[in-house]
Design a protein around this ligand. Structure first.
Ligand SMILES: Cc1ncc(COP(=O)(O)O)c(C=O)c1O
Length: 357
């Protein structure tokens, strides 16, 4: 598998390689909720208004996001998925030095590289918690940002607010920004109490979130950053206007306001994650990393089979996992699976038993 390919891109590769139509694959590789919300099917009603350009400043959606996250709208910047905002962030801070605790989402290091920021990848502790001393030791006079993902992709681990607040103080002292990517936080019950959104008023900190994961429709490409207005102004100056389509903006309100739908998905994921963890931990040759969100990091413990080989064997059966050997800080023993519906999860458990037992 080529370097830098995400879980979310694998479906296209497997479909082409094995000649399977992409919608016939069951993907445990992308980290998206397994059910598309009903609102997406209302899009057709909106087609009548396709002749309109999207606004340069989607103020209504910023207001809804502000309400959803408990911050005023002037602390919200909307982009074409959080990916656009990750890139704008690095573009804005370039060429400053960046610290990235790994393993984590590979786009941070790719974006830093792309925009000419040297980065230091600091290893997480053996239990995948943040190692504040190691991060502190990596700070230099040129450090402009520390980037973490909470819960972390691909480990699934949620960092405590105490730890993140300590990291925010460390960033303040260094004159750097702490960027916390909360793309998966909405899968955690009582997610608001874990969010750093409100802390962005007290610290040089910013938070990222997205409609891609819990709302099950990354094709919409809608993400946002919450942060200090001066930082957001700098990002906005660099931003290409009109990157978020009207269809996504029109849907954002109803998706963000659908709290009971969100809670149903949180419950489904919690139940199915418990099921998957219980079943997978019974399979010999597999070690589980306990997860706080909608995916699980697994490690193959027997010699003779690596995760790339396992990927190939399962792909031939139409099941896509995320082999994690190309994620800095991991190796070819690791792979990640996303929690899906019970029917899909059963298929995964059976297939893994078949390959490993
Ligand atoms: C941690 C993390 N942040 C951001 C993204 C990108 O999300 P978006 O669709 O909002 O660009 C992903 C996608 O896999 C992710 O895992």
């Amino acid at each position: 598998l080529s370097e830098g390919l995400h879980g979310g891109e694998l479906e296209w590769v497997v479909a082409a390689r094995h000649g399977i139509p992409v919608d016939r694959l069951t993907s445990f590789a992308n980290t998206v909720a397994p059910i598309i919300p009903a609102q997406v099917y209302d899009l057709q009603r909106m087609f009548r208004r396709l002749y309109l350009y999207s606004p340069r400043d989607p103020v209504d959606v910023r207001r809804t996001i502000g309400k959803f996250s408990g911050v005023p709208p002037d602390r919200v910047l909307v982009g074409a998925g959080s990916t656009e905002l990750i890139h704008l962030f690095f573009q804005t801070l370039s060429p400053g030095h960046v610290i990235i605790p790994v393993p984590t989402y590979s786009e941070y290091a790719s974006a830093a590289r792309k925009w000419g920021s040297p980065s230091t990848l600091v290893k997480l502790a053996p239990d995948f918690d943040l190692d504040l001393d190691a991060i502190d030791a990596a700070v230099t006079k040129r450090t402009r940002a520390i980037v973490v993902c909470n819960p972390n992709n691909p480990t699934g681990r949620l960092y405590t607010k105490t730890k993140l607040s300590a990291l925010a103080r460390l960033a303040d002292d260094a004159g750097a920004y702490l960027l916390v990517d909360e793309a998966y936080l909405c899968f955690v019950p009582h997610h608001r109490r874990h969010s750093m959104a409100a802390e962005t008023r007290r610290h040089r900190a910013a938070v990222l979130d997205s409609l891609s994961k819990l709302s099950g429709a990354p094709s919409l490409r809608l993400g946002w950053m919450i942060g200090p207005p001066p930082l957001l102004r700098e990002l906005r100056r660099k931003k290409v206007p009109g990157t978020v389509s009207n269809l996504s903006l029109w849907l954002a309100d109803s998706l963000l306001l659908a709290s009971s739908q969100r809670e149903t998905m949180q419950r489904l994921i919690a139940r199915e994650r418990a099921y998957l963890e219980a079943q997978l931990s019974k399979i010999s040759g597999l070690a589980i990393t306990p997860s706080d969100c909608n995916f699980i990091l697994l490690r193959l413990t027997r010699r003779g089979l690596n995760s790339d080989q396992l990927f190939d064997r399962l792909a031939a059966k139409g099941l896509v996992i995320r082999a994690a050997g190309n994620i800095p800080g991991l190796d070819r023993r690791y792979f990640r699976v996303t929690v899906r519906t019970h029917r899909d999860n059963l298929k995964l458990v059976r297939a893994l038993r078949g390959e490993l037992e």
